[in-house]
Write a protein that binds this ligand. Structure first.
Ligand SMILES: *Cc1c(COP(=O)(O)O)cnc(C)c1O
Length: 231
């Protein structure tokens, strides 16, 4: 299957999931996750209608940005070290993976120095997994109250990577919890907080994520095939 065929297939599945849950396909942002994917193949995806790219390493954004530039929107979706925040200014339009107040403070400081503001999502460790980054649900309120003091960021929602399961249906309870958390803080009156995006769902579980309220999904393998980490 070509990249274009894969994208068409994902779009059909997004439509079907929307139909099942009474939602509109236009309301779902499809982020093509391009980690390990070379720029030629990314261009193919862009030619087939992809508008948003997701990368999990700053270095890969730096390597690919000169060639692909601002023809697409870049999203940082992986764990971010504070000393690398500065490289993302003028490149990414959203950081999905804010998992500590220290990181949030650095983002605020760096973007502030450049007179910029940035949308961020708070990553939630919904499965309470040791192997994953993210804020625990019970700590979110305190986190958001602290975050209110940062002026150069807008907290635009939540992101999660659900636990890996054999049967995709087993992730549904996690997505339900994420939606509840999202709804809970959506109408909160905390400064700088304006929840718009719920980023959840990947190749194996994006349909369930959509059914449970995701409006950003992040799909890599489903578009580009299995990743080759050995180069
Ligand atoms: C790799 C990755 C994805 C995409 O995973 P696939 O299973 O290939 O669709 C989504 N989100 C994050 C944070 C990732 O690191």
């Amino acid at each position: 299957m070509s990249i274009c065929e894969n994208i068409a297939n994902i779009k059909r599945r997004i439509e079907a999931a929307c139909k099942r849950s009474g939602r509109e396909p236009e309301d779902i942002k499809l982020i093509a996750v391009t980690k390990t994917v070379d720029t030629d193949r990314i261009k193919e995806a862009i030619n087939c209608g992809i508008k948003f790219l997701g990368e999990n390493k700053v270095q890969e954004i730096m390597d690919k940005y000169p060639e692909l530039g601002s023809s697409v929107e870049w999203h940082m979706i992986g764990h971010l070290q504070t000393n690398k925040v500065k490289y993302l200014i003028d490149k990414v339009s959203m950081i999905h993976s804010v998992d500590s107040l220290k990181l949030l403070g650095e983002i605020d400081k760096r973007f502030g120095i450049s007179n910029k503001s940035i949308d961020v999502l708070i990553e939630i460790n919904i499965g309470r997994e040791k192997s994953k980054y993210g804020v625990f649900p019970e700590n979110l309120e305190g986190f958001l109250k602290e975050a209110a003091k940062y002026k150069n960021i807008k907290i635009a929602g939540l992101m999660t990577v659900a636990p890996a399961v054999i049967n995709p249906e087993d992730v549904r309870p996690y997505f339900v919890k994420m939606r509840e958390l999202f709804e809970n803080f959506k109408s909160s009156q905390i400064n700088n907080i304006e929840f718009k995006y719920l980023s959840m769902g990947m190749t194996n579980d994006f349909e369930i994520a959509i059914e449970e309220g995701a409006n950003i999904i992040r799909v890599g393998t489903g578009i580009f095939g299995p990743r080759n980490y050995i180069k």
